[in-house]
Write a protein that binds this ligand. Structure first.
Ligand code: SF4
Length: 282
């Protein structure tokens, strides 16, 4: 068996930064440090941080006054800030700078009087935070959603969840243009982040050139699921692997070339564990 490792494995820059700030905060704190939901969508990384005195909560109401609260890399509800100030909670925001730049674009196009359209998963925290900045935005998650969102005689600004698939974004933009011939103008902002685009490009090439493909990452990670779906459409022998203990290894053949890529929130050490597991005699 040969292993072909993608160039894009391990954390993206935004996740690397979020984890580094979190680790430094934990090192500098004698007391528990809190985080609002998962800082990144990877169960193993979160478990490691929790073993070092990080406590995950679902509301600032559960954080003792005066404590530190880390806000996640994919963004968080804006009302959290006012609630934290009121309760004297010290906020540490590790939101990815690219996600912040998309917040700025969203606010700017709303301020310019455009109808904001967000292409993304309406239940994802990143999209929920964006929707708070533009409460009258239309969130369209799939092609079917286009027909429920008609725009007429207005200017439309379209943005995307940072981890959206480029194919889907282009198909959705084209569907929106086709269904809404009476809009005054349409402004398209491709806010899919560069790391996401590169991984999607690479998973396509990899899926075509290997016998089997492993996409490493958590099921809760949107970008990992998209890599898996893209890979699987091209190569039926594509598997999503969450950990070295995954039952998936029983289904992986021992011959030919195995391609490996990871989602943006899967750490290098996890990728290495899985490569070692793959090479173990079975
Ligand atoms: S995937 Fe992109 S937007 Fe998301 S954390 Fe990484 S760099 Fe930032």
């Amino acid at each position: 068996m040969r292993v072909k490792l993608a160039r894009h494995t391990g954390f993206c820059a935004g996740v690397k930064r979020a984890i580094s700030i979190t680790e430094k905060t934990l090192e500098a704190s004698d007391d528990a440090v809190y985080c609002l939901g998962a800082i990144i969508h990877n169960a193993q990384v979160m478990a490691r941080l929790q073993s070092r005195n990080l406590v995950q909560v679902d509301s600032p109401a559960k954080v003792p006054a005066g404590s530190k609260l880390i806000l996640p890399s994919h963004g968080s509800p804006h009302k959290v800030r006012s609630e934290a100030r009121r309760r004297r909670i010290r906020l540490i925001d590790v939101m990815c700078p690219y996600v912040s730049s998309v917040h700025a674009i969203c606010s700017r196009i709303r301020k310019a009087g455009m109808k904001v359209v967000i292409i993304g998963d309406k239940d994802h925290p990143e999209v929920r935070a964006l929707a708070e900045l533009a409460p009258d935005a239309s969130i369209i998650s799939d092609i079917g959603g286009i027909r429920h969102n008609a725009f007429c005689a207005c200017d439309v600004g379209i943005i995307s969840q940072t981890t959206q698939s480029r194919e889907k974004f282009l198909a959705m933009v084209s569907g929106i243009l086709e269904k809404n011939p009476k809009v005054r103008s349409v402004h398209i902002y491709n806010t899919i982040c560069l790391d996401t685009s590169c991984r999607q490009e690479e998973v396509r090439d990899l899926a075509r050139s290997v016998d089997q493909l492993l996409v490493i990452g958590s099921r809760s990670s949107a970008n990992t699921n998209r890599l898996y779906n893209i890979g699987r459409r091209i190569n039926r022998r594509t598997y999503l692997v969450e950990s070295a203990a995954s039952g998936v290894f029983n289904r992986i053949g021992r011959h030919g070339t195995v391609g490996i890529i990871s989602g943006a929130s899967a750490p290098d050490w996890l990728v290495q564990q899985i490569v070692r597991k793959l090479k173990e005699p079975r």
